[in-house]
Design a protein around this ligand. Structure first.
Ligand code: COA
Length: 154
């Protein structure tokens, strides 16, 4: 019984391709009240300091992550998993892929912002060693909410 719940889904983490964008946008608009536009993803794809990953479950995109690195500091700019695919380790695997990649790029610190109320995402980050180092007041809109700033030493 618990084996069925915890069974590892068949997914792999790979680089995002332009053809993934419709599925990525579907997840993005469902997950966030102020979603990124498709052009934001396209702009990031052209940058050499940025890495974009997707979780590919037998041809279906079920999650993605975006990060960028400036000298030795990186930012996890976005991560989301399709609602029906959450709780199976996909978000954690995407964060792990980001951590590996920014370490390869020479980063010493990985930062992110997260809604104060988003305890699910925070627990993914805390499990990986991130800690809360600050707060940005009223950083988010729809609804207005503080961001917690989290940092991982990589
Ligand atoms: C945050 C998010 C990416 C996590 O993805 P996921 O695939 O569900 O994460 P995982 O399955 O890897 O979860 C890893 C751990 O986080 C914890 N966790 C995940 N979602 C949780 C929730 N809603 N409540 C409490 N804990 C949660 C679990 O304890 C899990 O640990 P376990 O493996 O020991 O059970 C996903 O919930 C999501 O897309 N949310 C909407 C978008 C979002 O908030 N993105 C983050 C913006 S900062």
């Amino acid at each position: 019984m618990s084996g069925a719940v915890r069974a590892m889904p068949a997914f792999r983490i790979r680089l995002l391709r332009a053809s993934d964008l419709p599925e990525v946008m579907g997840i993005e608009t469902a997950a966030f009240s102020t979603p990124w536009r498709e052009n934001t993803f396209r702009g990031l794809m052209r940058r050499t300091d940025t890495d974009l990953f997707v979780a590919d479950a037998v041809g279906r995109v079920v999650g993605y992550a975006a990060c960028w690195t400036v000298v030795d500091q990186s930012e996890l700019g976005n991560v989301a998993v399709a609602e029906d695919a959450r709780g199976r380790g996909i978000g954690g695997a995407l964060v792990d892929a980001v951590v590996r990649r920014v370490r390869e790029r020479g980063a010493h610190e990985l930062f992110l912002e997260v809604r104060e109320s988003n305890v699910g995402a925070q627990s993914v980050y805390l499990e990986r060693g991130f800690s809360v180092i600050g707060r940005r007041r009223s950083y988010y809109s729809s609804p207005t909410e503080d961001a917690l700033i989290m940092r991982l030493r990589v």
